[in-house]
Design a binder for this molecule. Structure first.
Ligand code: PMP
Length: 285
């Protein structure tokens, strides 16, 4: 059984209980982060801590834990659960007032903070990275502040189910004719030596992996264009891939039934995955 963290306590997972009045439960009034663990160490902890603070600030929520304490909790959970490879899920909500109300509760309402580990022993050696994944396109029906990492994940969850029903692995969401992102990842195409991914804004989550991968791509003398692209452009690209904390760089070989490039995993996505894993491991804490 896992040891989890809830509001200052380390508990067996079955003993960690949250109120039925918690705003995360009633209103999706909460934010989250997922940080990857490789070799028992945290990948890009700083990036996740900075984005967490930004999500909280954008929603006018306090931060119940200092960055140092947050790091300590992550490390203690890695230790207590013997995690070599996997993820740490963190969620902070506006807390549990004594009744349901649309208005925010008083500022002094204690927030809820939960962290738990997910053990994934084959995360880095994921065989799927050698095959690539297939995606479908779907309409982007999420709210307009996707830059805030809220726990309001029903539409992405529906998107994964639509992909599954179509015999695919994930869905790329499209708004006004352009791809925004994957249901839980950022989306990229490759044309020649150029990597194209949507520019940052309120329309997409500012991926921590995205920032790192674009930096490594530039360092490796690849061109990076941060701009919108269509599904038709993606289908005609040489390669496509996604990034996220837990999938790293994952090739996409098919979009809406059309093979991308050769229909096989591409050289650039493969190289970026290797660089990302190597470089991230070097600076893991
Ligand atoms: N976009 C969305 C919608 C996501 O849910 C995620 C992962 N949580 C990402 C992008 C990738 O972000 P990161 O690289 O920080 O995991």
């Amino acid at each position: 059984m896992r040891t989890v963290y809830l509001n200052g306590d380390y508990l067996p997972e079955t003993e960690a209980k949250v109120s039925i009045f918690d705003r995360g439960f009633l209103m999706a009034d909460g934010v989250y982060e997922v940080t990857t663990v490789l070799d028992g160490k945290l990948i890009d902890f700083d990036g996740h801590a900075v984005r967490l603070q930004r999500s909280l600030s954008e929603l006018g929520m306090g931060n119940p834990i200092s960055k140092d304490d947050l790091l300590e909790v992550h490390r203690e959970l890695i230790r207590a659960n013997g995690i070599e490879q996997g993820m740490i899920y963190l969620q902070i909500t506006r807390g549990a007032p004594d009744d349901r109300d649309f208005a925010y509760p008083p500022e002094d309402t204690p927030q809820t903070i939960v962290l738990f580990t997910q053990n994934k022993p084959t995360l880095a050696d994921n065989p799927v990275a050698k095959q690539g994944i297939k995606v479908i396109s779907i309409d982007d029906q999420r709210w307009a502040r996707r830059d805030i990492k809220t726990v309001q994940l029903l539409y992405p969850s529906m998107g994964k189910m639509m992909a599954k029903a179509a015999g695919c692995d994930d869905a790329w969401m499209v708004e006004d004719g352009a791809v925004t992102e994957g249901t839980s990842n950022n989306a990229y195409i490759v044309k020649g030596n150029t990597i194209i991914t949507r520019n940052l804004g309120n329309e997409i989550l500012h991926g921590i992996t995205r920032a790192a991968v674009l930096r490594f791509a530039r360092e490796a003398q690849m061109n990076v264009e941060e701009r919108s692209f269509t599904i038709a452009e993606a289908q005609a690209a040489d390669e496509a891939f996604i990034t996220s904390a837990s999938t790293f760089v994952m090739p996409v070989v098919e979009i809406d039934g059309a093979a991308v490039g050769t229909g096989k995993v591409g050289a650039i996505a493969t190289r970026l995955r290797e660089i990302y894993l190597d470089e991230s491991r070097k600076v893991a804490i």
